[in-house]
Design a protein around this ligand. Structure first.
Ligand code: SAM
Ligand code: SF4
Length: 336
């Protein structure tokens, strides 16, 4: 498996979109499949899976990443669906690190299979690991995920705590009436383990899953957690690739937490990312359905075509997201 050689000028390239934003972060989905069916992400029946033949192979992901890096991408996050359900994913992370020793590489996972993947994840020297954790209650956990067992997630978290991983964060999608009563407990759980907790506003990606009654704005989340500390805004985020979260620090203890407020406070002006779905479709904005298929060009190893398609795709990135008309698709398919 080999990444392409960078072209003469490409190593210095920086990609900017039409709004002048510097794009240096790619989220690559390795699968649309998942062992959970979280209420906010997937319908109970799941989503129709892509045929295996239409999913980018590991060597194709490495080749594509080489092209993206030569265009100025500095951080690649692997996501899904659930990335660890894909066979060979832990070993792939190790090979990927070997190909890109200086790249910021991170993973988003539901942690259900993290315990056995932990040794490879440590070997891969991940820069960051984001773990979804919406509740600490076993019964609620299985009803939010519609099938999950929280004990596997907790063992997964314990297994990676001892590993050399850059930053570990928890992601909690806050849904009114489901887990909003647990925010202080979830924050304390993370802080006790040296993890940075983040609370995420429930985004209206699929009209069938989202509901105004379940949506909780960040303002209310902050009210619920205000008593845990004496909070001041963190101006330089702990995440060098400037993720979308706004961070807060307790002036007394130094503890921090993040809030991702994609609905009530758009972070579009700071958006630095592009997304590649498991089937090799590029999407410049989570909330914009327009996608460009790269898989044919990737399979032909046509670097010029990929560079040109990615550049045009980036120019499709809207300055800010518009109100959705019927949702923009399930997060598990787009790649969260
Ligand atoms: N399966 C992995 C996981 O759950 O972490 C990775 C994929 S998941 C689609 C990535 C992230 O998207 C998770 O943190 C999840 O909580 C978030 N997510 C999914 N649907 C969402 C929605 N409607 N609103 C906000 N966040 C969402
Ligand atoms: Fe699966 Fe992650 Fe979506 Fe939950 S949020 S259904 S774990 S892809």
């Amino acid at each position: 498996m080999c990444a392409p050689e960078p072209g003469p000028k490409r190593a210095l390239m920086k990609i900017k979109d039409a709004a002048g934003r510097h794009i240096d972060y790619a989220r690559i989905s390795v699968t649309d499949r998942c062992n959970y069916r979280c209420l906010y992400c997937m319908p109970e029946s799941g989503v129709e899976s892509m045929p295996h033949s239409g999913v980018l192979r590991y060597e194709e992901i490495i080749w594509l990443a080489g092209v993206l890096v030569s265009m100025g991408i500095r951080h690649i996050r692997f996501t899904g669906g659930e990335p660890l359900v894909r066979k060979g994913m832990p070993e792939f992370l190790v090979s990927f690190r070997r190909e890109f020793p200086d790249l910021e590489i991170s993973l988003t996972t539901n942690a259900s299979l993290l315990e056995e993947a932990a040794p490879s994840i440590a070997l891969a020297g991940l820069s960051g690991l984001n773990i979804s954790l919406d509740t600490l209650d076993a019964v609620k956990f299985s009803s939010i995920t519609r099938r999950g067992d929280i004990s596997s997630v907790l063992s997964g978290i314990s297994a990676v705590l001892g590993c050399k991983i850059g930053r570990i964060k928890t992601n909690t999608v806050v849904m009114r009436g489901f887990n909003d009563d647990e925010l202080p407990a979830l924050l304390n759980f993370a802080w006790e383990r040296g993890i940075i907790p983040r609370m995420i506003e429930f985004m209206p990606l699929s009209e069938n899953l989202w509901g105004r009654d379940k949506f909780m704005p960040s303002r209310e989340m902050l009210e619920k957690t205000s008593r845990l500390g004496d909070w001041e805004p963190v101006l330089s985020a702990p995440d060098p690739s400037h993720g979308p979260a706004r961070y807060w620090r307790d002036v007394r203890t130094g503890r921090i937490f993040g809030v991702i407020e994609a609905v009530s406070n758009h972070f579009c002006s700071a958006c630095n990312r592009l997304r590649i779905t498991a089937s090799g479709r590029m999407r410049a904005c989570l909330f914009n359905k327009e996608e460009i298929s790269l898989i044919g060009m990737i399979r032909e190893r046509d670097r010029e075509a990929v560079v040109s398609a990615v550049t045009s795709g980036i120019n499709l990135k809207p300055g800010r997201w518009r109100d959705l008309n019927g949702g923009s698709g399930d997060m598990s398919v787009i790649g969260g």
